[in-house]
Design a protein around this ligand. Structure first.
Ligand code: ATP
Ligand code: MG
Length: 234
């Protein structure tokens, strides 16, 4: 399992949510390989399993069966503390609803992931400021989320996602709450991060947003029904 360029290798993953009487088969046998430095969009109807899949590759949840290798390490057999550590080092998350702490300033939100890994406070503010600059938010460091526009809040969330320098960024409908102009600005940031070598996997419902990726994977009813490469259109 070494010597290849795969960051993510998923083999026949199933995920069943057990709600007692009802069992929901959300993933019914997903196999996928993603190379280092790729930019992949995931599309598909509501309820097709996209977020379930992303939560598994992001080590937020475990599959019911199947194998998952992250950087050639088998993740599907790891315990949750080990998973949390891997997640903190390798993966940055961006969500549709930004998920910022409301009573915490922009810069403090960005510093948060470094509190979990015991970075000292001087280094923390140095790296947080660097990330804030990267996403074009200088001057807004001490604003609270409610004092920022949606696009600015998403920039904070992206700064928080990249501050630990992860190799993979997972984004679940990152432009879902943004107007089209702001969406394009956010996509330009993702494009830059991808150019700098980060692997990006992004769920979207919008065709033009998916156009930023080099590959589009389509989910339907717990299966992958299409997987195609494209020339990035934007
Ligand atoms: N925690 C959960 N418990 C039980 N069922 C769940 C849970 N999370 C998701 N599901 C079910 O699993 C299926 C897949 O859901 P998932 O959230 O992965 O879809 P999705 O493709 O992300 O949809 P959307 O585009 O609406 O976000 C759905 O039928 C959903 O109801
Ligand atoms: Mg979803």
């Amino acid at each position: 399992m070494s010597g290849n360029n795969l960051v993510i290798e998923v083999k026949d993953i199933h995920k069943t949510y057990d709600l007692g009487d009802i069992k929901v088969k959300a993933l019914k046998g997903i196999s996928l390989e993603i190379e280092n430095g790729d930019f992949v969009s995931i599309m598909g109807a509501s309820g097709s399993g996209k977020s379930t899949f992303m939560n598994i590759i992001g080590c937020l949840d475990k599959p019911t069966s199947g194998e998952y290798y992250l950087d050639n390490n088998q993740v599907s057999s790891m315990e949750s503390d080990e998973l949390a550590e891997i997640r903190n080092i390798k993966i940055g998350f961006v969500f549709q609803s930004f998920n910022l702490l409301a009573r915490t300033t922009a810069i403090e939100n960005v510093e948060l992931p470094m509190i979990y890994n015991n970075t000292d406070s001087k280094k923390r503010s140095e790296l947080a400021n660097e990330a804030i600059l990267k996403v074009g938010l200088d001057g807004r460091e001490h604003h609270f989320p409610s004092q920022l526009s949606g696009g600015q809040q998403q920039r904070v969330a992206i700064a928080r996602a990249i501050v630990n320098n992860p190799s993979i960024i997972l984004a679940d409908e990152p432009t879902g709450n943004l107007d089209s102009q702001t969406s394009m600005e956010i996509m330009e940031i993702f494009k830059d991060l991808n150019r700098q070598g980060k692997t990006i996997i992004m769920i979207t419902h919008e065709q033009d947003i998916a156009g930023y990726a080099q590959r589009v994977v389509t989910f339907k009813d717990g299966y992958i029904t299409e997987d195609k490469r494209q020339t990035s259109q934007n």
